[in-house]
Design a protein around this ligand. Structure first.
Ligand code: HEC
Ligand code: HEC
Length: 305
């Protein structure tokens, strides 16, 4: 079993294999088309709350528990402002620089938070918002691990999975006209039409983000390209639930697909071999039988003559 963070990095690498510069180019074009949502200048005038809503809320709550990332209530009591600014700008860079706290977070969450292109001042505004909103908020305890595991183990409703797949592939249109997910994303699954390679491959995203985290990320995507794509075309609750169920299902299948594929290959090689052998046997048998029948008739005919 490989370590999940390694899988994540590998996936990220796979997602960006086909010319990272092309991928960046597409994202840049989307950003330009969408009015530079997510860039420093887009946030120049926005309040800490607005920035938080657009760039952070998909992954973090302030006092309502863990989503994709940790609950941020009280984070300024725990970390220095200097550390927070560095971490938010690039947690990966901080990990690479050997920062112990950043490493511990990465190990716990098995992913790097995406780098944020925000100025020091913008980050300070966001931190002020987190502080203001987090004061007095009693950080709710994260769901117990057992409950989370039980939720993850429950089989998603097959009807939801099917709807989710149809929405993902664009066979069913999004109610509010947003694009299908496979315009940009792929999932590695034999039954799903291959999708785009602009963005991450999503077949292992469910367990990494968790059900709630994934719901939140899809509902208010903290990624500029997705914000542009779904601007004014929010997904409905039903669509989100179906997509989450689909991604949960895909992850389950993914775990089985590789071994099953090799198993199947070995099985069919076996069946092929058996068919060839049976063919040889029956041919040989038929020839022998034919000969003997003919021989019998021949003999009888000889006798009766
Ligand atoms: C795609 C999801 C995602 C987005 C978007 C995101 N974060 Fe994070 N964040 C994470 C994850 C996952 C971690 C923990 C793992 C890591 O990065 O090492 C984290 C960790 C953090 C931490 C460290 C918390 C601690 O306990 O020390 C802070 C602070 C933080 N994020 C702030 C922000 C802010 C502010 C924004 C918006 C500008 C933001 N994040 C956007 C996923 C996200
Ligand atoms: C216009 C392109 C585009 C479309 C359409 C799109 N996404 Fe994304 N999505 C992105 C980008 C870019 C990212 C940022 C991470 C990356 O580069 O893969 C992202 C990130 C994500 C992530 C986090 C992935 C990770 O590993 O951190 C999830 C989950 C996700 N998208 C789900 C969806 C779903 C579900 C749909 C369909 C409703 C969708 N996306 C449609 C471009 C898109």
């Amino acid at each position: 079993m490989r370590d999940p963070s390694q899988q994540y990095n590998e996936r990220t690498r796979i997602a960006s294999t086909l010319s990272p510069s092309l991928r960046r180019g597409i994202v840049a074009a989307l950003l330009a088309a969408g009015g530079l949502i997510g860039s420093q200048s887009a946030f120049a005038q926005e309040s800490g709350q607005q920035i938080f809503q657009k760039a952070c809320a998909g992954c973090h709550s302030i006092g309502a528990g863990r989503l994709v990332g940790p609950d941020l209530a009280g984070v300024s009591d725990k970390r220095s402002e200097d550390w927070l600014i560095k971490f938010i700008r690039s947690s990966e860079a901080l990990v690479k620089a050997g920062d112990k706290d950043a490493k511990a977070l990465f190990e716990e969450f098995k992913m790097h938070m995406p780098d944020q292109s925000l100025s020091d001042d913008q980050i300070r505004r966001v931190l002020a918002h987190i502080k203001e909103k987090g004061t007095g908020a009693t950080a709710s305890k994260p769901e117990p691990a057992a409950a989370q595991a039980a939720a993850a183990a429950a089989r998603p409703d097959p009807n939801q999975v099917q709807l989710g797949q149809d929405l993902f592939e664009g066979k069913v249109r999004m109610a509010r006209g947003g694009p299908s997910c496979n315009a940009c994303h792929d999932v590695r699954n034999d039954k799903v039409t291959s999708g785009g390679i602009l963005a991450a491959e999503l077949s292992l995203v469910f367990s990494r983000m968790g059900k709630q985290g994934l719901q939140s990320v899809i509902a208010s995507a903290p990624f500029p390209a997705m914000q542009v794509a779904y601007n004014g075309k929010d997904l409905t609750e039903k669509e989100i639930a179906a997509l989450v169920a689909f991604l949960q299902h895909v992850e389950k299948e993914h775990a089985q697909q590789l071994p099953r594929a090799t198993g199947l290959r070995m099985f069919s090689a076996g069946v092929g071999g058996v068919i060839v052998l049976l063919g040889i046997f029956s041919l040989a048998g038929r020839r022998r039988k034919n000969r003997s029948v003919n021989q019998d008739i021949y003999d009888r005919q000889i006798r009766s003559e």
